[in-house]
Design a protein around this ligand. Structure first.
Ligand code: SF4
Length: 468
C-alpha cells in the first residue's frame, strides 16, 4: 500500500475534530425477493446494493453535499443514517453515540430531521399549514414539562414594599421557558401605579395579580400582593403560536397558519416543509434534494433561507442533490457517490476546481453553463447508463463508463487515495503514480458498451420471437 493510501475512515478528510455525525461502513441492501412480483418473476437471489460501505463525517455547523446521479444511493444513505431504514451493516454515531444501538430513538429523532424533495407530495393536503408544522410537536408530546425541573421567579418590585409581594410560578412553565441547570426562571415585574398594582412577565407567559390589586393605601403597607405566573394558554394554543413563529422564521406570514397546501406556491410549500423540520429544534437536517422540484429563481431563495437558518440556529446539514451547481453554493465539503459507494470527497473548491475522480469530472462536465468561453466543453462526458446495483461491475464500479479505464480497473477495486489538497480523496488508481494501472491495457469502453447494447437488443428480439 502506498503512503498516499489509507484505509477508509469515517473521520478522515473532514478538517475538524467535532463531528456531529459519523457514518462508518454503512450498507443498505434490499432483498431481491421482497415483493410478490419478484417471487412470481423468479428472484435470482441477489440483493440490490443501494448503499455499499459508505463512510464520512460531518462537523458541527458544517454542510456536506452528497451528490450523484439518480439511483446512486444518496437518498437511501440519508434515510438509513436517520434510522428511517434498517441498515444491513455499519454504524452511525450521532454526537458520539451509536444510533442503531439505541433502544429508544426518540431523543435522536428530536435532534435529527429531514426535509424532503417534493413539496407537493410531502405535505398532507388535508392539513393546514399550522397542523403540518406542529405535527412533530404532537407526535413527541411537546412542549412537555419535566417534574424534575424547579420553577422560580426573578422579581422586580416598583412602588411598594418587596416584602408584601409573593409570586407563585406554575410548575409547568418549563413548557415554554428553557431550564438552566434544572431551574426554569421567569422574570416578573410588580408595580404600583395610582393605587393599583399590576404585574408583567418577560417570558411568553401570563402574570396575574390574584390578591391585593386595589388594596394599596398609599402608605406602602396594605394587603399582601399575590401574583400568579402561568402558561395562560392551552397546549394546542401554545403549539399554534409556535407554528406562527416557525412560519415567520421561514419567510411566511403568521396569518397563513390556517391555509391548506394547495393555497401555497411550490417554494412556499417547501418553506412549510422546512418549518416542520425545525419544529423540534433539531441540530441536524438531512436536506434530500430540497430544491430539485423548484424553479431556478425559487431555488436561490430557498438556498439563501437554508444558509440563514444554519447561521442563526447553528444547524448541521447533509445536503443531497444530483445537481452539482446547487451543492456548490451551500456546501463546505462535497462527497460524490456512484453505485452505492463514495468515489470522491473533499473541500468544495477542490472538488469543483480540481476534481480527481473521472466520475466527478464527468458530472462537472455535464453541468450546463452560460459561459461562452466554454462552448467547446464536452457535455456528453457521462455516456452510458448506470449499471444495476444488483450486479455492480467487478473491480472499479465506474470502469464500464470511465474514459480512462484500463484492464487493471476491472481486476481490482481501487482504495480511497489522498489527493494533493488536504482532505480531498478519490477512489481511482490514477492518483497512485506507481500503480500497475499505468502498465495495463486501455479498455475501449464505447465499443464494449455498443456490444452490450447489441446483445441486449438481440436478447429482446429472441424473446419476442419466442413469444410469438
Ligand atoms: S480506477 Fe480506473 S475505471 Fe475507476 S475511475 Fe479510475 S481510471 Fe476509471
Amino acid at each position: 500500500m502506498s503512503d498516499r493510501e489509507r484505509s477508509r475512515d469515517a473521520s478522515d478528510g473532514t478538517g475538524g475534530d467535532h463531528p456531529l455525525l459519523e457514518v462508518d461502513g454503512l450498507r443498505k441492501y434490499f432483498a431481491d425477493d421482497d415483493s410478490i412480483l419478484d417471487r412470481l418473476l423468479g428472484s435470482d437471489g441477489r440483493s440490490v446494493k443501494a448503499v455499499d460501505g459508505v463512510s464520512f463525517a460531518i462537523q458541527e455547523g458544517e454542510t456536506l453535499g452528497l451528490v450523484g446521479e439518480s439511483g446512486c444511493g444518496k437518498s437511501t444513505t440519508g434515510e438509513t443514517l436517520l434510522a428511517l431504514q434498517d441498515p444491513t451493516d455499519g454504524d452511525v454515531r450521532f454526537d458520539g453515540e451509536s444510533v442503531f444501538g439505541r433502544d429508544d430513538l426518540t431523543a435522536f429523532r428530536r435532534r435529527a430531521q429531514v426535509v424532503f424533495q417534493d413539496p407537493f407530495s410531502s405535505l398532507d393536503p388535508r392539513q393546514t399549514a399550522g397542523a403540518i408544522v406542529t405535527e412533530p410537536l404532537v407526535i413527541h408530546g411537546l412542549p412537555d414539562t419535566d417534574p424534575g425541573v424547579r420553577t422560580e421567579a426573578d422579581v422586580t418590585v416598583e412602588g411598594l414594599d418587596p416584602d408584601r409581594v409573593e409570586v407563585r410560578v406554575g410548575d409547568d412553565v418549563d413548557r415554554v421557558v428553557e431550564p438552566v441547570d434544572g431551574v426554569a426562571t421567569v422574570h416578573v415585574t410588580v408595580r404600583r401605579q395610582g393605587g393599583t398594582v399590576s404585574a408583567s412577565v418577560a417570558e411568553d407567559l401570563t402574570a396575574r395579580v390574584v390578591r391585593g390589586a386595589d388594596s394599596d393605601d398609599g402608605s406602602g403597607r396594605g394587603e399582601p400582593v399575590v401574583v400568579e405566573v402561568s402558561l395562560g394558554r392551552s397546549l394546542s394554543e401554545i403549539r399554534r403560536d409556535r407554528a406562527k413563529e416557525l412560519l415567520e422564521r421561514v419567510g411566511l406570514s403568521a396569518d397563513q397558519v390556517d391555509r391548506y397546501p394547495h393555497e401555497f406556491s411550490g417554494g412556499q410549500r417547501q418553506r412549510i416543509g422546512i418549518a416542520r423540520a425545525l419544529a423540534l429544534e433539531p441540530d441536524f437536517l438531512v436536506l434530500d434534494e430540497p430544491v430539485s422540484a423548484l424553479d431556478v429563481s425559487v431555488q436561490a431563495q430557498i438556498l439563501n433561507l437554508l444558509s440563514d437558518l444554519q447561521e442563526e440556529l447553528g444547524l448541521t446539514y447533509l445536503f443531497i442533490a444530483h445537481d452539482l451547481s446547487v451543492v456548490r453554493h451551500i456546501s463546505d465539503r462535497v462527497a460524490v457517490m456512484y453505485l452505492g459507494e463514495i468515489v470522491e470527497r473533499g473541500p468544495v473548491d477542490a472538488i469543483f476546481e480540481d476534481p480527481q475522480h473521472p466520475y466527478t469530472q464527468a458530472l462537472l462536465d455535464s453541468v450546463p453553463r452560460a459561459d461562452t468561453s466554454e462552448q467547446g466543453r464536452r457535455v456528453d462526458a457521462l455516456a452510458g447508463d448506470v449499471p444495476s446495483p444488483r450486479d455492480p461491475p467487478a473491480g472499479c464500479r465506474f470502469h464500464t463508463r470511465c474514459p480512462h479505464a484500463r484492464e487493471a480497473c476491472r481486476a481490482e477495486a481501487p482504495g480511497d487515495y489522498e489527493a494533493e489538497v488536504p482532505g480531498q480523496r478519490a477512489a481511482c488508481f490514477r492518483l497512485i503514480d506507481d500503480h500497475p494501472y499505468w502498465d495495463s491495457e486501455p479498455i475501449d469502453v464505447a465499443a464494449e458498451r455498443a456490444e452490450r447494447d447489441r446483445s441486449t437488443d438481440d436478447g429482446a428480439g429472441d424473446a419476442t420471437a419466442d413469444d410469438d
